[in-house]
Design a protein. Structure first.
Length: 340
Protein backbone atom coordinates (compact mmCIF):
# COMPACT_ATOMS: atom_id res chain seq x y z
CA UNK A 1 0.00 0.00 0.00
CA UNK A 2 2.84 2.42 0.81
CA UNK A 3 4.45 2.03 -2.59
CA UNK A 4 1.05 2.54 -4.25
CA UNK A 5 0.46 5.80 -2.34
CA UNK A 6 3.94 7.10 -3.23
CA UNK A 7 3.41 6.16 -6.89
CA UNK A 8 0.06 7.97 -7.01
CA UNK A 9 1.50 11.09 -5.37
CA UNK A 10 4.34 11.18 -7.89
CA UNK A 11 1.87 10.82 -10.75
CA UNK A 12 -0.09 13.77 -9.37
CA UNK A 13 2.80 16.20 -9.90
CA UNK A 14 2.83 16.23 -13.75
CA UNK A 15 -0.97 16.04 -13.73
CA UNK A 16 -1.20 19.25 -11.68
CA UNK A 17 1.27 20.98 -14.01
CA UNK A 18 -0.82 19.94 -17.03
CA UNK A 19 -4.07 21.12 -15.39
CA UNK A 20 -2.52 24.45 -14.40
CA UNK A 21 -1.21 25.10 -17.93
CA UNK A 22 -4.52 24.26 -19.65
CA UNK A 23 -6.57 26.38 -17.22
CA UNK A 24 -4.08 29.27 -17.44
CA UNK A 25 -4.31 29.33 -21.23
CA UNK A 26 -8.12 29.12 -21.22
CA UNK A 27 -8.43 31.97 -18.71
CA UNK A 28 -5.95 34.10 -20.65
CA UNK A 29 -7.97 33.60 -23.85
CA UNK A 30 -11.31 34.41 -22.19
CA UNK A 31 -13.22 37.42 -23.62
CA UNK A 32 -12.64 40.69 -21.84
CA UNK A 33 -9.24 39.85 -20.42
CA UNK A 34 -7.80 40.61 -16.98
CA UNK A 35 -7.73 44.36 -17.70
CA UNK A 36 -11.54 44.48 -17.82
CA UNK A 37 -11.60 44.96 -14.04
CA UNK A 38 -9.73 48.25 -14.48
CA UNK A 39 -11.27 49.45 -17.74
CA UNK A 40 -14.61 50.02 -15.98
CA UNK A 41 -13.00 52.71 -13.82
CA UNK A 42 -13.67 56.07 -15.53
CA UNK A 43 -10.84 57.73 -13.58
CA UNK A 44 -8.18 55.66 -15.35
CA UNK A 45 -6.75 57.06 -18.55
CA UNK A 46 -5.41 54.88 -21.40
CA UNK A 47 -1.91 55.72 -20.18
CA UNK A 48 -2.82 54.49 -16.68
CA UNK A 49 -4.21 51.26 -18.11
CA UNK A 50 -1.07 50.70 -20.18
CA UNK A 51 1.11 51.26 -17.12
CA UNK A 52 -1.00 48.84 -15.04
CA UNK A 53 -0.84 46.23 -17.80
CA UNK A 54 2.96 46.48 -17.80
CA UNK A 55 3.19 46.34 -13.99
CA UNK A 56 1.00 43.23 -13.86
CA UNK A 57 2.94 41.59 -16.69
CA UNK A 58 -0.19 41.24 -18.83
CA UNK A 59 1.56 42.60 -21.92
CA UNK A 60 3.83 39.56 -22.13
CA UNK A 61 3.13 36.37 -24.14
CA UNK A 62 1.06 33.65 -22.49
CA UNK A 63 3.95 31.22 -22.02
CA UNK A 64 6.07 33.85 -20.27
CA UNK A 65 3.22 34.77 -17.96
CA UNK A 66 2.64 31.08 -17.14
CA UNK A 67 6.31 30.46 -16.36
CA UNK A 68 6.38 33.55 -14.13
CA UNK A 69 3.20 32.41 -12.35
CA UNK A 70 4.27 28.78 -11.82
CA UNK A 71 7.69 29.83 -10.57
CA UNK A 72 6.04 31.99 -7.89
CA UNK A 73 3.64 29.20 -6.96
CA UNK A 74 6.52 26.77 -6.40
CA UNK A 75 8.02 29.10 -3.78
CA UNK A 76 4.69 29.72 -2.06
CA UNK A 77 3.82 33.09 -3.63
CA UNK A 78 0.26 32.82 -4.96
CA UNK A 79 0.23 36.42 -6.16
CA UNK A 80 -2.33 39.18 -5.74
CA UNK A 81 -5.87 39.59 -6.98
CA UNK A 82 -6.01 41.90 -9.99
CA UNK A 83 -9.32 43.35 -8.80
CA UNK A 84 -8.69 43.93 -5.08
CA UNK A 85 -4.87 43.87 -4.96
CA UNK A 86 -5.09 41.64 -1.90
CA UNK A 87 -3.07 38.40 -1.63
CA UNK A 88 -4.82 35.43 -3.24
CA UNK A 89 -4.40 33.30 -0.12
CA UNK A 90 -5.95 36.07 1.99
CA UNK A 91 -8.98 36.26 -0.31
CA UNK A 92 -9.40 32.49 -0.17
CA UNK A 93 -8.78 32.35 3.59
CA UNK A 94 -11.53 34.91 4.23
CA UNK A 95 -14.13 32.90 2.30
CA UNK A 96 -13.13 29.30 3.05
CA UNK A 97 -14.53 29.13 6.63
CA UNK A 98 -17.92 30.36 5.38
CA UNK A 99 -18.00 27.73 2.66
CA UNK A 100 -16.95 24.94 5.03
CA UNK A 101 -19.68 25.95 7.47
CA UNK A 102 -22.35 25.68 4.77
CA UNK A 103 -21.02 22.68 2.86
CA UNK A 104 -20.12 20.46 5.82
CA UNK A 105 -23.54 20.93 7.42
CA UNK A 106 -25.24 20.23 4.08
CA UNK A 107 -23.11 17.12 3.55
CA UNK A 108 -23.90 15.77 7.03
CA UNK A 109 -27.63 16.38 6.55
CA UNK A 110 -27.48 14.67 3.15
CA UNK A 111 -25.73 11.56 4.49
CA UNK A 112 -28.02 11.31 7.54
CA UNK A 113 -31.04 11.36 5.22
CA UNK A 114 -29.84 9.47 2.16
CA UNK A 115 -28.24 6.37 3.66
CA UNK A 116 -31.17 5.37 5.94
CA UNK A 117 -33.72 6.13 3.20
CA UNK A 118 -31.72 4.11 0.66
CA UNK A 119 -31.40 1.14 3.03
CA UNK A 120 -35.10 1.12 3.95
CA UNK A 121 -36.12 1.47 0.29
CA UNK A 122 -34.03 -1.57 -0.62
CA UNK A 123 -35.36 -3.65 2.28
CA UNK A 124 -38.96 -2.65 1.46
CA UNK A 125 -38.64 -2.87 -2.31
CA UNK A 126 -41.79 -1.85 -4.24
CA UNK A 127 -43.55 -0.77 -1.04
CA UNK A 128 -45.30 2.58 -0.65
CA UNK A 129 -42.22 3.93 1.17
CA UNK A 130 -39.98 2.78 -1.70
CA UNK A 131 -42.17 4.39 -4.35
CA UNK A 132 -42.38 7.69 -2.45
CA UNK A 133 -38.63 7.74 -1.73
CA UNK A 134 -37.81 6.90 -5.35
CA UNK A 135 -40.13 9.63 -6.63
CA UNK A 136 -38.62 12.25 -4.29
CA UNK A 137 -35.10 11.13 -5.23
CA UNK A 138 -35.86 11.62 -8.92
CA UNK A 139 -37.36 15.02 -8.14
CA UNK A 140 -34.21 15.98 -6.23
CA UNK A 141 -32.03 14.99 -9.18
CA UNK A 142 -34.25 16.48 -11.89
CA UNK A 143 -35.19 19.87 -10.43
CA UNK A 144 -32.65 22.59 -11.36
CA UNK A 145 -30.96 23.57 -8.14
CA UNK A 146 -31.00 27.31 -8.89
CA UNK A 147 -34.75 27.17 -9.63
CA UNK A 148 -35.42 25.37 -6.35
CA UNK A 149 -33.41 28.00 -4.46
CA UNK A 150 -35.46 30.81 -5.99
CA UNK A 151 -38.68 28.99 -5.09
CA UNK A 152 -37.50 28.67 -1.47
CA UNK A 153 -36.82 32.41 -1.32
CA UNK A 154 -40.19 33.27 -2.87
CA UNK A 155 -42.13 31.00 -0.51
CA UNK A 156 -40.33 31.53 2.81
CA UNK A 157 -39.01 35.05 2.32
CA UNK A 158 -41.80 36.69 0.30
CA UNK A 159 -45.07 34.82 0.72
CA UNK A 160 -44.81 33.48 4.27
CA UNK A 161 -44.50 36.35 6.74
CA UNK A 162 -44.70 36.51 10.52
CA UNK A 163 -46.36 39.44 12.27
CA UNK A 164 -43.85 41.64 14.06
CA UNK A 165 -46.12 42.07 17.07
CA UNK A 166 -48.76 39.67 18.46
CA UNK A 167 -51.33 42.47 18.42
CA UNK A 168 -51.25 42.63 14.64
CA UNK A 169 -52.77 39.15 14.47
CA UNK A 170 -52.67 36.80 11.51
CA UNK A 171 -54.70 36.69 8.34
CA UNK A 172 -54.21 34.99 5.02
CA UNK A 173 -53.43 38.38 3.52
CA UNK A 174 -50.07 38.20 5.30
CA UNK A 175 -49.08 35.59 2.75
CA UNK A 176 -49.01 38.19 0.00
CA UNK A 177 -49.24 41.71 1.40
CA UNK A 178 -48.31 42.67 4.95
CA UNK A 179 -46.75 45.96 5.87
CA UNK A 180 -46.13 44.96 9.50
CA UNK A 181 -44.49 41.59 8.86
CA UNK A 182 -41.02 40.14 8.64
CA UNK A 183 -39.98 37.16 6.47
CA UNK A 184 -40.38 33.71 7.96
CA UNK A 185 -36.89 32.80 6.75
CA UNK A 186 -34.04 35.12 5.68
CA UNK A 187 -33.43 35.08 1.95
CA UNK A 188 -29.69 35.67 1.96
CA UNK A 189 -26.51 36.42 3.82
CA UNK A 190 -25.00 34.82 6.92
CA UNK A 191 -26.58 37.20 9.46
CA UNK A 192 -29.24 39.90 9.66
CA UNK A 193 -28.30 43.13 7.92
CA UNK A 194 -26.22 45.39 10.14
CA UNK A 195 -25.55 42.70 12.79
CA UNK A 196 -21.84 42.11 13.33
CA UNK A 197 -22.12 39.43 16.03
CA UNK A 198 -25.15 37.26 15.22
CA UNK A 199 -26.45 34.80 17.78
CA UNK A 200 -26.41 31.04 17.22
CA UNK A 201 -30.13 31.12 16.46
CA UNK A 202 -29.65 33.78 13.79
CA UNK A 203 -26.83 31.79 12.17
CA UNK A 204 -28.95 28.64 12.11
CA UNK A 205 -31.88 30.55 10.62
CA UNK A 206 -29.72 31.83 7.77
CA UNK A 207 -28.42 28.30 7.13
CA UNK A 208 -31.82 26.62 6.77
CA UNK A 209 -32.68 27.59 3.18
CA UNK A 210 -29.23 27.10 1.56
CA UNK A 211 -28.75 23.79 3.41
CA UNK A 212 -32.19 22.65 2.25
CA UNK A 213 -31.30 23.59 -1.33
CA UNK A 214 -28.05 21.62 -1.28
CA UNK A 215 -29.44 18.65 0.67
CA UNK A 216 -32.28 18.12 -1.83
CA UNK A 217 -29.93 17.37 -4.70
CA UNK A 218 -27.42 15.40 -2.62
CA UNK A 219 -30.06 13.26 -0.92
CA UNK A 220 -31.63 12.31 -4.23
CA UNK A 221 -28.28 11.21 -5.67
CA UNK A 222 -27.04 9.24 -2.67
CA UNK A 223 -30.43 7.62 -2.05
CA UNK A 224 -30.48 6.11 -5.52
CA UNK A 225 -26.92 4.79 -5.23
CA UNK A 226 -27.52 3.42 -1.73
CA UNK A 227 -30.74 1.67 -2.73
CA UNK A 228 -29.17 0.11 -5.83
CA UNK A 229 -26.13 -1.20 -3.97
CA UNK A 230 -28.20 -2.60 -1.09
CA UNK A 231 -30.44 -4.45 -3.54
CA UNK A 232 -27.34 -6.10 -5.01
CA UNK A 233 -25.84 -7.30 -1.72
CA UNK A 234 -28.85 -8.32 0.39
CA UNK A 235 -29.51 -11.33 -1.86
CA UNK A 236 -25.91 -12.60 -1.96
CA UNK A 237 -24.80 -15.83 -0.32
CA UNK A 238 -22.84 -14.32 2.56
CA UNK A 239 -25.90 -12.33 3.68
CA UNK A 240 -28.05 -15.46 3.62
CA UNK A 241 -25.33 -17.26 5.57
CA UNK A 242 -25.33 -14.50 8.20
CA UNK A 243 -29.08 -14.90 8.61
CA UNK A 244 -28.69 -18.69 8.83
CA UNK A 245 -26.25 -18.26 11.71
CA UNK A 246 -29.04 -16.68 13.73
CA UNK A 247 -27.98 -13.04 13.58
CA UNK A 248 -30.81 -10.58 13.87
CA UNK A 249 -31.73 -8.49 10.84
CA UNK A 250 -30.11 -5.31 12.17
CA UNK A 251 -26.74 -7.05 12.61
CA UNK A 252 -27.01 -8.62 9.16
CA UNK A 253 -27.66 -5.25 7.52
CA UNK A 254 -25.16 -3.12 9.45
CA UNK A 255 -22.27 -5.58 9.88
CA UNK A 256 -22.44 -7.46 6.59
CA UNK A 257 -24.59 -5.88 3.87
CA UNK A 258 -23.97 -2.18 4.53
CA UNK A 259 -20.18 -2.48 4.66
CA UNK A 260 -20.02 -3.88 1.13
CA UNK A 261 -22.80 -1.70 -0.25
CA UNK A 262 -20.98 1.45 0.84
CA UNK A 263 -17.88 0.73 -1.26
CA UNK A 264 -19.22 2.09 -4.60
CA UNK A 265 -20.97 4.97 -2.82
CA UNK A 266 -17.61 6.10 -1.48
CA UNK A 267 -16.56 6.86 -5.06
CA UNK A 268 -19.35 9.40 -5.40
CA UNK A 269 -18.57 10.87 -1.98
CA UNK A 270 -14.88 11.19 -2.81
CA UNK A 271 -15.62 13.06 -6.02
CA UNK A 272 -17.98 15.46 -4.24
CA UNK A 273 -15.93 16.07 -1.09
CA UNK A 274 -13.65 18.63 -2.81
CA UNK A 275 -16.82 20.61 -3.37
CA UNK A 276 -16.90 21.19 0.39
CA UNK A 277 -13.90 23.45 -0.12
CA UNK A 278 -14.83 24.81 -3.55
CA UNK A 279 -18.28 25.92 -2.50
CA UNK A 280 -21.60 25.76 -4.32
CA UNK A 281 -21.71 28.29 -7.15
CA UNK A 282 -25.49 28.57 -7.54
CA UNK A 283 -26.34 28.28 -3.85
CA UNK A 284 -23.87 30.90 -2.66
CA UNK A 285 -24.80 33.25 -5.48
CA UNK A 286 -28.56 32.97 -4.98
CA UNK A 287 -28.39 33.30 -1.19
CA UNK A 288 -25.58 35.90 -1.18
CA UNK A 289 -23.42 33.58 0.88
CA UNK A 290 -19.86 34.97 1.07
CA UNK A 291 -18.06 31.74 0.26
CA UNK A 292 -15.72 30.20 -2.28
CA UNK A 293 -18.40 29.59 -4.90
CA UNK A 294 -19.44 33.22 -4.95
CA UNK A 295 -15.79 34.30 -4.93
CA UNK A 296 -15.12 32.12 -7.98
CA UNK A 297 -18.15 33.59 -9.77
CA UNK A 298 -17.07 37.18 -9.14
CA UNK A 299 -13.49 36.37 -10.11
CA UNK A 300 -14.69 34.85 -13.38
CA UNK A 301 -16.71 37.97 -14.13
CA UNK A 302 -13.62 40.12 -13.62
CA UNK A 303 -11.28 37.65 -15.38
CA UNK A 304 -9.15 37.86 -12.23
CA UNK A 305 -6.82 35.07 -13.31
CA UNK A 306 -4.48 35.00 -10.23
CA UNK A 307 -7.49 34.38 -7.98
CA UNK A 308 -9.13 31.99 -10.45
CA UNK A 309 -5.92 29.99 -10.79
CA UNK A 310 -5.55 29.78 -7.02
CA UNK A 311 -9.08 28.42 -6.59
CA UNK A 312 -8.72 25.97 -9.50
CA UNK A 313 -5.38 24.62 -8.26
CA UNK A 314 -6.73 24.07 -4.75
CA UNK A 315 -9.75 22.20 -6.13
CA UNK A 316 -7.62 20.12 -8.52
CA UNK A 317 -5.27 19.12 -5.69
CA UNK A 318 -8.21 18.16 -3.47
CA UNK A 319 -9.80 16.06 -6.21
CA UNK A 320 -6.58 14.10 -6.69
CA UNK A 321 -6.14 13.70 -2.92
CA UNK A 322 -9.70 12.53 -2.26
CA UNK A 323 -9.56 10.05 -5.13
CA UNK A 324 -6.47 8.57 -3.50
CA UNK A 325 -8.27 8.44 -0.14
CA UNK A 326 -11.20 6.69 -1.83
CA UNK A 327 -8.88 3.99 -3.22
CA UNK A 328 -7.36 3.49 0.22
CA UNK A 329 -10.82 3.23 1.77
CA UNK A 330 -11.72 0.51 -0.74
CA UNK A 331 -8.92 -1.65 0.64
CA UNK A 332 -10.08 -1.01 4.21
CA UNK A 333 -13.72 -1.92 3.51
CA UNK A 334 -13.10 -4.78 1.08
CA UNK A 335 -10.25 -7.20 1.95
CA UNK A 336 -10.26 -8.44 -1.67
CA UNK A 337 -8.91 -5.08 -2.91
CA UNK A 338 -5.11 -4.97 -2.95
CA UNK A 339 -2.79 -2.50 -4.68
CA UNK A 340 0.62 -4.06 -3.98
Amino acid sequence: MTSYIIRRLLQAIPLLFLISFIVFVLISLAPGGPMSAFEENPNLTPEDLARLEEQLGLNKPIHERYLAWISRILVGDWGYSNATRRPVLTEIGDRLPNTLQLMVISFIVTILLAIPIGIISALKQYSVFDHVATFLAFVGQAVPIFWFGLILIIVFNVWLNNPVSPSSGFSWSHLWDCGDCKPLMPGGGMAPYGVDNPTLGQRIQHLILPVTMLALFGTGTYTRYMRGQMLEVIHLDYVRTARAKGLNELQVILRHALKNALTPVITIMALQLPGLFGGALFTETIFSWPGMGRLFFRSAQRVDYPLLMGIVMINASLIILFNLLADITYAVLDPRVRYD
